[in-house]
Design a binder for this molecule. Sequence first.
Ligand SMILES: [Zn+2]
Length: 417
Amino acid sequence: MADWPVPSLGDKTPLEAANKPRMDFMASQGALGMVQVVPKEMYPGSDVSNLSIIGYDPREVYTGRSPLEAASMGVELRQDDVAFRCNVVCLRNAGADTEMEDYSAGHITTPEAAELLEALQKQVDDRGCGICEGSAIPSLVDPAGKGTGDSGVRFYPGVSYRHLMVWPGGNDAVRTTPPHDIHGKKITEFLPKGESAEFLLELMEISREIFPDHPVNRKRVEAGKPSGNSIWLWGQGKAPRMQTFREKYGLSGSVVAAVDLIRGIGVYAGLKLVTVPGATGYIDTNFRGKAEYALRELESKDFVLIHVEAPDEAGHNGSAPDKVRAIERIDEEMVAPILDRARNGGDLTVLLLPDHPTPVAIRTHSQEPVPFAFYPAPPGLSSFPGKRYTEADAKATGQFLDAGTRLIGYLLAGRNA
Ligand SMILES: [Zn+2]
C-alpha cells in the first residue's frame, strides 16, 4: 500500500487518495507510526519482510526464496539439499548475444511446463556421468575421482513458469540473478557465477538443447507464443532453521495467504495454512473471504497473519487507480469486519501495515519505512488522535520502530493488557 506522491492523483499517495475510514479510525484511535520492516542491507522482498513482521530476524533465518516455495509446494528439504527456483524462460539469439526475452515464457501453461521438465529430468538422469565425471563438485564425484553416475538432481513442476529444482549436496553460495530483473538484457554477465556454477550452467545448457524442438514449443511457436526454450536457476538456499511460532511465543497461529513465499514461511513457523476459495493474489481476489476465514481461525488460534497481494500487484503494474481501489476494498471488505470484532468482541489486537512499499513510479519494491497502525493502542505506544493512516501522518507522529521484529512484541503485549 505504501507509496510516493503520484502526479495523476494530484500529488497524493494512494493511501492519501483512497477513501478508507476504518484504516483512518485505527490510526486516529489506536497507535500510528513508522517502521523499518526490512533490514537496510537486505532486499525488501515479501519473504524477508513477513519473517520480520512475525518476529523472526531475517538476517538470522532467511536462506533464500526457493526453500520457502519448496515448503509451500509440500517438498521437504533434507539438511544438505539446496533448493533453486527454476523458471521456464524464453531466450532469444545465441552465443554471446543471447538475451532474456521473457522470464515467464509468455506465462507458459502448467501442463506445458510439466512436459518440458519431465523431458529435462530424463535427459539429466540419462547423462548422469556425463555431467558428473571430472566435475569439480565433490558431491558428484566418488572417492576414486569418477562420476557417481547420478547427480541426484530433481525437478518439481509448480505452476506456470515457476518450478523447483532440488540439488542434494549442492552449493548454495553460487551467485544467481532473478530473470525478471534482466528483461531484454544479454544474459552472459548474469549467468550463475562462483563455485559450482559450471554444474548449473550445464543443466541450463541441456534444457537449451532439448526444449526448442520439443513438441510443446513447436506448437507454441506455431501459435505465435514465446517458446519456453530454457530453464533459469536462481533464488537458491537450504532449508531455514527456525523455531516454530509456538516454540518462540507459546502461541498457536494460522496464515491466510495466496502467495507461495508467505505460505512457506507459515510451514517453517509451524502455522496452519488456510486456503480461501477465490484467493488469487490479484485485484480480483476474494477480500471478504480472506477476512471471514481469518476470523474463523481466531476461534481456535491465538494469532493469524493475513497477507494481501493486490496493492503490490497494482504497484508492479504501475497503476495508481488499481492501487487506490485495492486499498478501498481492503478497508471495506477486510478491515471493517476485523475491526468490528476488535471493537465489539474485545480480546483482539489488530496490526495493519504494508510489508514494503511498491511505488507505482518505479514499479518495484523500495526499502524505506512503512506506516503501521495498531488497534487498540498496545502498552508502550502512543496515540495521536486526529491522524489518518497515511505515510505523512505516520511520519509526523515521530513514533518510529527501527526494526520490524519489534512489532510482534507490541501486538502480544496488547493481548495481556
Ligand atoms: Zn511485489
